[in-house]
Design a protein around this ligand. Structure first.
Ligand SMILES: CC(=O)CC(=O)SCCNC(=O)CCNC(=O)[C@H](O)C(C)(C)COP(=O)(O)OP(=O)(O)OC[C@H]1O[C@@H](n2cnc3c(N)ncnc32)[C@H](O)[C@@H]1OP(=O)(O)O
Ligand SMILES: NC(=O)C1=CN([C@@H]2O[C@H](COP(=O)(O)OP(=O)(O)OC[C@H]3O[C@@H](n4cnc5c(N)ncnc54)[C@H](OP(=O)(O)O)[C@@H]3O)[C@@H](O)[C@H]2O)C=CC1
Length: 278
């Protein structure tokens, strides 16, 4: 399988890595060489760790050798499946899919790793709605089992089947759902994270206490504020905006503190500071 990934950030890098681990030939694109270099360094570190633990088929060099890093979208022309993992912004994703629809061979499948944006809208602008789907990996991609597979209005059975098979070949467990704002994962997860942020704003408890209560009390692997920092506060805000607008209910209103922190450039782990410092 010729596999394409757009965006070499935390999700794109992880998706490319897991695709290469499963033996696919992978092309990863980002807008600047420095983002590709950063993505490659993260992949190298993760592969070294998995190798050290005996959890990698082949050597890190063999896996890396299957990944081509590029700044050119035209390198996706011959891909069977291209997964987009760029910033969570509908206008920017739509612009990209308009271009990709012209570049990728006609029988190639286009997928979005979006956390919340309507798959059906992106499918329409791609010009190939039957061969368009949501392929939503979880963070950190090398460790998490789930791929949420989201069918758009016109996604064909054949496309859903091929993407399900690709996810299984990557060692993941695909689970299907329909195209509603936030799908299942973020419809349920993100309001909890937003509520934790609201608790900080209202002074219900300190961030450390909120996280400890949820970790020790509910057996969550990470507290909600640690997880929000891990996902990226900009991404959390973008998802809450989609839920709020798409479902039209104020119970999805983003916390003003979340909005303010994003305005201040406190994006969590990726910017060095969010609810915690890194
Ligand atoms: C926003 C969206 O649209 C959707 C989303 O993705 S929402 C986010 C979903 N993800 C989650 O909820 C993650 C919640 N957290 C967890 O499940 C766990 O904390 C975790 C799996 C991330 C880490 O597991 P953990 O048990 O806490 O242990 P931790 O010690 O941190 O890590 C386990 C090992 O994996 C390693 N590891 C972590 N990330 C890694 C990676 N990317 N590649 C390879 N190894 C990695 C760690 O270094 C560690 O190795 P050692 O045992 O040698 O120290
Ligand atoms: N973070 C998470 O936990 C999860 C995120 N997602 C989704 O995955 C997607 C990516 O998120 P994440 O990896 O966290 O984000 P990151 O910010 O880590 O990475 C996004 C990458 O895409 C690049 N990029 C931005 N615009 C373009 C463009 N027009 N063309 C090519 N590349 C571009 C960014 O460059 P630059 O640095 O210049 O912005 C960056 O390298 C989002 O849709 C998000 O909702 C899904 C599951 C989990």
């Amino acid at each position: 399988m010729n596999f394409g990934v757009i965006g070499a950030g935390q999700m794109g890098g992880g998706i490319a890595q897991v695709a290469a681990q499963s033996g696919f030939t992978v092309v990863v694109q980002d807008v600047k060489q420095e983002f590709l270099d950063r993505g490659r360094a993260v992949i190298e570190k993760s592969l070294a760790k998995l190798h050290e633990k005996g959890r990698l088929m082949g050597t890190p060099d063999e896996v890396l050798g299957r990944i081509q890093f590029t700044t050119e979208l035209t390198d996706f022309a011959d891909c069977d499946l291209v997964v987009e993992a760029i910033v969570e912004n509908e206008a920017i994703k739509a612009q990209l899919f308009r271009q990709l629809g012209e570049i990728v061979k006609p029988d190639g499948i286009l997928a979005s790793n979006t956390s919340s944006i309507p798959i059906t809208s992106l499918a329409t602008v791609s010009g190939r709605p039957e061969r368009f789907i949501g392929m939503h990996f979880m963070n950190p991609v090398p460790l998490m089992a789930l791929v949420e597979v989201i069918r758009g209005y016109s996604t064909s059975d054949e496309t859903a089947q091929k993407v399900t098979e690709a996810a299984r070949a990557m060692g993941k467990t695909p689970v299907e759902c329909n195209d509603f704002p936030g799908f299942v994962s973020n419809r349920i997860l993100m309001p909890m994270l937003n509520e934790a942020i609201q608790c900080v704003m209202e002074g219900v408890a300190e961030p450390e206490a909120i996280d400890q209560i949820m970790k020790l009390g509910m057996n969550h692997p990470m507290g909600p504020l640690t997880l929000a920092d891990f996902i990226g506060l900009d991404t959390c805000l973008a998802i809450m905006e989609v839920l709020h607008q798409g479902l039209g209910d104020d119970k999805y209103r983003p916390s003003p503190l979340l909005r303010k922190m994003v305005q201040a450039g406190l994006l969590g782990r990726k910017s060095g500071r969010g609810f915690y410092s890194y």
